[in-house]
Design a protein around this ligand. Structure first.
Ligand code: AHM
Ligand code: MG
Length: 334
C-alpha cells in the first residue's frame, strides 16, 4: 500500500537498530501487536455487555463472560506462548510470574512484564484504557529463567510500549531509538505509522493528578499544585488540570501536548500506587526516549533496583521542565 507503513513493515525495517536477536524481538513485538487487536475488538464491545451478558454470567450464545482485564491477560499470555520468544510473563493479573512452559519457550531469550488492561475501572463508562508492556532480555543463558532474570533495572529494557484503546486505538513503542506511534485502521485491521519520532514538548501547561487525595500528599506535591494554580503569564500559569484516571490516556495526552502526570505517595499508598515493573518502567522508558523525564520525585525511575514483582513506586513523568520543577519542590519540602 503506497504511503502507508504498517507496524509489521516498520518493525522489520527497524530491525537493524536492535543490538541482538533481531528476528526474535521483532516476532515478540508482532505477537503483542496481534494480541492487542484481539483485545481491542472486545474492548469495543464493552458497552454491549448488558445485551451479551455481564462478566461471570453466560451470554446469549451460551459462552461464559469474563471480565475484560482477565480476558486481556489470557490473550497476551496465549500470544506470547504460541510465539515462542518469551520464557516468562510478569502480569498485574497474577501474583506469581508465569513461566511459559513449552520446550521451545523454556530457552527463549525474553521476559515480558505486562499490565494487560490498565485503568479497567474506566471500561464501564466508555473511557480510554490501555495495555502497557516492557521487554527484557534474560540474564541466564538457557534452562528455566528465574526471579533474578526478571528483577532488572528499567535501564535494561530492550523495548517497551503501550496500546491506548481510545477514540482510536494506538500502539506506541520504543526499542531505545526514539518513539513511534501507530494508529489502528479498523478497515484493514492494521496498525499504521501515524506519529513518527514522537517528542514530548519541553514544557507544558497540563498537570494530571488525583487532587482528591490532596490532604494525603507529601508537602512538596502540595506546594507544586499551589505553584501550578498561581497566575504568572511568563510561565503560562495557572496550568490546566486534566485527569482521566487512566495512566496510559493521561500520559499519552501529555506526550503529545506537553504536561506532567503525578502519582505520589499518599497516606493509603505509602509507596505509591503504580507498579514499577509493568506500569512505571515502560512508561518511563518511552517518555525518556521522547525527550521527557520520569522520576519518583527525587530519583530516576529507570535506575531503581526492583526487589519484588509487584513493587510500587511514586511517579512524576512528562515534560522535562515540568518534572524538574516538581522535583525542586519535592527536594525542598518533602
Ligand atoms: P489499575 O492498574 O488498578 O487499573 O490502576 C492503575 C490506574 C492508573 O491507570 C491510573 O492513573 C490510576 O490507577 C488512577 O488511580 P486513582 O483512581 O487512585 O486516581
Ligand atoms: Mg494497572
Amino acid at each position: 500500500m503506497a504511503g502507508i507503513t504498517t507496524l509489521g513493515q516498520f518493525i522489520i525495517e527497524k530491525q537493524a537498530d536492535f543490538s541482538y536477536a533481531k528476528g526474535e524481538l521483532s516476532r515478540l513485538l508482532r505477537d503483542i501487536g496481534i494480541a492487542s487487536k484481539i483485545v481491542n475488538r472486545e474492548v469495543n464491545k464493552a458497552g454491549l455487555v448488558d445485551i451479551l451478558g455481564d462478566a461471570g454470567t453466560t451470554n446469549v450464545q451460551g459462552e461464559d463472560q469474563k471480565k475484560l482485564d482477565m480476558y486481556a491477560n489470557e490473550q497476551f499470555i496465549s500470544a506470547l506462548t504460541s510465539g515462542g520468544e518469551c520464557c516468562i510473563v510478569v502480569t498485574e493479573e497474577e501474583d506469581e510470574f508465569v513461566p511459559i512452559d513449552s520446550p521451545v519457550s523454556k530457552n527463549a531469550k525474553y521476559i515480558v512484564c505486562i499490565d494487560p488492561l490498565d485503568g479497567s475501572s474506566n471500561i464501564d463508562v466508555n473511557v480510554a484504557v490501555g495495555t502497557i508492556f516492557s521487554i527484557y532480555r534474560r540474564k541466564s543463558v538457557d534452562g528455566c529463567a528465574t526471579i533474578t532474570d526478571i528483577l532488572q533495572k528499567g535501564t535494561q529494557q530492550v523495548a517497551a510500549g503501550y496500546v491506548i484503546y481510545g477514540s482510536s486505538t494506538m500502539l506506541v513503542y520504543t526499542t531505545g531509538n526514539g518513539v513511534n506511534g501507530f494508529t489502528l485502521d479498523p478497515s484493514i485491521g492494521e496498525f499504521c505509522l501515524s506519529h513518527p519520532n514522537m517528542k514530548v514538548p519541553e514544557d507544558g501547561i497540563i498537570y494530571s493528578i488525583n487532587e482528591g487525595n490532596y490532604v494525603h500528599f507529601p508537602e512538596g506535591v502540595k506546594k507544586y499544585i499551589k505553584y501550578a494554580q498561581v497566575e504568572d503569564l511568563s510561565t503560562r500559569r495557572p496550568y490546566t488540570s486534566r485527569y482521566i484516571g487512566s495512566m496510559v490516556g493521561d500520559i499519552h495526552r501529555n506526550l503529545i501536548k506537553g504536561g506532567i502526570y503525578m502519582y505520589p505517595t499518599t497516606a493509603s499508598s505509602p509507596n505509591g500506587k503504580l507498579r514499577l515493573l509493568y506500569e512505571c518502567n515502560p512508561m518511563a522508558f518511552i517518555i525518556e526516549q521522547a525527550g521527557g523525564v520520569a522520576s519518583d520525585g527525587l530519583n530516576r525511575i529507570l535506575d531503581m533496583q526492583p526487589k519484588e514483582l509487584h513493587q510500587r513506586t511514586s511517579i512524576f513523568i512528562g515534560s522535562p521542565k515540568m518534572v524538574k520543577k516538581a522535583e525542586e519542590f519535592m527536594a525542598e519540602f518533602s
